[in-house]
Design a protein around this ligand. Structure first.
Ligand SMILES: [Cu+2]
Length: 165
């Protein structure tokens, strides 16, 4: 009888400890999310193409990683469009016609090397805005956010222009 009670008590203590460890790991996870550093980046020449409501646009910029470490871009968001994706345009020669064919594909993640820059420019990398909620007219401003692994997100503003010049 005594022995049984001892085991029950032991089981209860073990269960409590497991619970405490679980709660502690939740709290620590929340703390690390908040303590994630802001990425040390510079965005320059940030602009976007004009487009009609319901259409698509693209945001371009030069992204400079001022950190020694590589940064990993894992996505983008914006209230301006239904979908926002990091895209890359590639050029391929059509094997039948020999014509230059452009393809766009989504990049699930993109490494920005430490102390290096990436050019998001027409015909290459871009932040794709798909199904715009409103038209994007010249000189309009569009807010968007870049998401990085192990870093806080960064919000920036693009000016709608015909080109990056
Ligand atoms: Cu695209």
């Amino acid at each position: 009888m005594l022995k049984e009670r001892f085991f029950k008590t032991t089981a209860f203590i073990v269960a409590c400890n497991v619970l405490i460890v679980l709660i502690a790991s939740f709290v620590m996870q929340a703390a690390t999310d908040e303590l994630m550093p802001e990425p040390d980046i510079t965005l320059t020449n940030v602009w976007a193409r004009p487009a009609v409501q319901g259409g698509n646009s693209a945001i371009y910029f030069i992204l400079t990683n001022n950190e020694e470490d590589d940064l990993i871009l894992i996505g983008a968001s914006s209230d301006a469009a239904e979908f926002v994706e990091i895209h890359e345009t590639t050029h391929e020669e059509d094997e039948h016609t020999g014509h230059d064919v452009m393809h766009m594909h989504e990049l699930p993640e993109l490494v920005v090397k430490g102390k290096d820059s990436l050019n998001f420019e027409p015909g290459g990398l871009h932040v794709m805005l798909i199904n715009l909620h409103e038209p994007m007219r010249l000189n309009d401003r569009v807010q968007f956010t870049l998401q990085f692994a192990d870093r806080q997100p960064v919000t920036a503003e693009a000016v709608v222009q015909m080109s990056g010049d």
